[in-house]
Design a protein around this ligand. Structure first.
Ligand code: DGT
Ligand code: CA
Ligand code: CA
Ligand code: ZN
Length: 577
């Protein structure tokens, strides 16, 4: 994948900000340049390395833009663009997603009313402030207000943990319709991306009309957005669900196509082209010597199952979580795909809370819950005091000593192995918030950042990973999906240190976190780090989040051997020492 798209986006952002400032002509030139950069058949990055003159060869790219392209490729940013961003610090994407609000309007509203976010825009419209601005009337203000709810929904991607149950229920429902031969989730939901734009459901059936009708009748649907011959969309619980119906013979090809990602599919199609084959949503076709450009032209050689699409390409079937064009094509060709961890491989949970801190269940209830879930072992890791622990949630060293005694007592009665632990804080300077002698009396120490979650956290987390008592770095970036991005972390460096010091890095399975992310997990495993997949459960129901963590691990190519809590209790014990 070339970076043309990324470079183009810089100039689109540039154009928006110039519009916001009220500059004439230039924005149009920048947008045109962006479009040509995006469509350019070669890597513009390569041209930039040759110099400005080479970049100037692109249509619509003059000297000024060419020098900025070179600047961007060389330094990773464009100074003039950064200055504009400081001058207009607005969430342009969010604000302009409101119908009728373009960059120019956004600029005016920032200058006149200081509006930076969708929330600011909403408050200003509700307060009647917008109609006081020159050029805006009461009607415009009302339109903005109407557009905001919709924009918010469209702009914010839904959490996997919210979308997945909905998707599964619609699949379960469709499974009862007897005209349906097969039904599967597709799209980002099947790939278990952390956030979901919309839910895609694919059905194989010879009676599309009946399937569409049944779908539109789903009792949980809030509204039907559209219903066609073979496609329909509805809205349920704030999420859009797209249905496509194909004939059973084409189900595998359609499933492959609609699972994506786009980047994976492009790579698959290119591999097909190299072999005189054609892959599309209808099947895989031998097109040697075929002129006809009809989608189904050529000799059909597969498409009923996904495997029948990959097989003629001389590659293994690729698990959906890996389909991001991050090396899975090459691995599938080499027969070298990872043997991915499964939820059933997980034998215990190493980061959980009780009512001693902010949990809602007792130590005994958590132990019994873990046993009922099927775990062989459980670590109790309540919060220690420290920055970010508001309202007396965290335990001081004395309280932790008292709790330790209670955990030991409960462990004696428990049917599973219990580790007495703590979730210590990693302060901004990398200090761990619990006394060393106490830490060494505990079986397991999770150390996590909870405050000061912006900027680069690499050194901070490396300090924690090096701490002799720390076993697991918990939710390393501190991100909250859709709410805050968390720390910037050089995962390769952190994971190298963690591997050297026998410290595991966590995938926190809480669907609001999923931290580390799949791509970071892949990097961490590549440098030899061990991963712990923990739910951070605050009640026995919290154990159910495990699968979101496991599938995030699969997106990071994790095998059971990479995952600490897929090991038996003796191996975990020796890792902890
Ligand atoms: P999302 O919904 O934003 O979380 O992400 P996806 O991956 O579910 O994307 P979506 O719903 O737009 O489309 C589902 C899949 O269908 C996508 O992963 C790949 C495939 N697809 C959709 N449109 C195109 C297209 O124009 N070209 C290609 N190659 N694939 C497409
Ligand atoms: Ca989707
Ligand atoms: Ca879709
Ligand atoms: Zn935590």
């Amino acid at each position: 994948m070339s970076r043309n798209d990324e470079i183009a986006r810089q100039f689109e952002a540039f154009a928006d900000l110039l519009d916001a400032k009220g500059v004439d002509y230039k924005p149009r030139a920048y947008r045109r340049a962006a479009e040509n950069i995006r469509e350019y058949p070669q890597a513009v990055e390569g041209l930039a390395q040759e110099g400005e003159d080479a970049v100037g060869e692109i249509d619509g790219v003059g000297d000024a833009i060419a020098s900025k392209v070179v600047e961007y490729v060389d330094t990773g940013h464009i100074e003039e663009l950064e200055a504009l961003r400081e001058e207009y610090p607005l969430d342009m994407a969010a604000i302009t997603s409101v119908e009728g609000v373009g960059p120019k309007t956004a600029g005016t509203l920032y200058e006149e009313l200081g509006i930076e976010t969708l929330d600011d825009l909403e408050s200003a419209a509700e307060a009647g402030d917008i109609q006081t601005v020159k050029g805006f009337g009461a009607k415009t203000e009302q339109n903005i207000l109407d557009g905001i709810d919709f924009a918010r929904e469209a702009h914010e991607r839904q959490l996997l943990g919210d979308a997945r149950p909905n998707g599964e229920r619609v699949v379960e429902y469709l499974d009862t319709v007897d005209a349906i031969a097969s039904v599967e989730l597709a799209g980002s939901l099947r790939r278990w991306r952390a956030t979901i734009g919309d839910v895609d459901v694919l059905v194989g059936s010879d009676d599309a009309e009946r399937v569409v009708a049944a779908f539109a009748d789903w009792p949980e649907a809030d509204s039907v957005i559209e219903a066609g011959d073979t496609k329909a969309s509805l809205r349920a619980d704030g999420v859009r669900i797209d249905l496509r119906v194909v004939v059973p013979e084409e189900f595998g090809a359609a499933l492959q196509y609609f699972t994506g990602s786009k980047a994976h599919n492009v790579a698959v199609r290119n591999r097909a082209i190299e072999r005189d084959l054609k892959v599309n949503e209808y099947g895989i076709f031998d097109v040697a010597g075929v002129e006809d450009d009809d989608q189904r032209a050529g000799e059909r050689i597969g498409g009923e199952t996904e495997a029948s699409v990959y097989e003629p390409l001389e590659m293994d079937w690729v698990p959906p979580e890996l389909r991001e064009n991050r090396g899975e094509i090459e691995a599938a060709v080499e027969g070298d795909l990872p043997d991915l961890v499964e939820t059933s491989d997980i034998r215990g949970d190493l980061h959980t809370h009780t009512s001693w801190s902010d949990g809602r269940a007792t130590i005994v209830e958590m132990i019994e819950g873990a046993a009922a879930f099927g775990h062989d072992y459980l670590a109790i890791t309540d919060h220690a005091t420290g920055p970010g622990m508001v309202g007396g949630v965290g335990l001081d060293d004395e309280q932790l000593r008292d709790q330790l005694a209670e955990i030991r007592a409960a462990a004696d009665e428990a049917g599973i192995d219990v580790f007495a632990g703590v979730e210590a804080n990693v302060a901004a300077d990398g200090q761990v918030s619990v006394a060393d002698d106490l830490l060494s009396d505990l079986d397991l120490v999770v150390a996590s950042p909870h405050a000061a979650l912006d900027g680069d956290g690499t050194e901070r987390l490396i300090a924690a990973a090096k701490h002799p008592a720390v076993d697991i770095v918990g939710h390393p970036t501190g991100r909250y999906l859709n709410r805050r991005p968390g720390l910037d972390v050089d995962v390769s460096r952190l994971a190298t240190v963690a591997a050297d010091h026998g410290t595991a890095l966590e995938i926190n399975a809480d669907p609001a976190r999923l931290d580390l992310a799949g791509s970071a997990v892949k990097t961490a495993i590549e440098v030899g780090a061990t991963i712990a997949i923990d739910t951070d459960a605050h009640s026995p129901a919290g154990f159910d989040s495990l699968r979101y963590g496991v599938h995030t691990g699969r997106r990071g190519w994790a095998e059971p051997v990479d995952v600490l809590n897929a090991w038996n209790v003796d191996d975990v014990r020796s890792f902890l020492h």
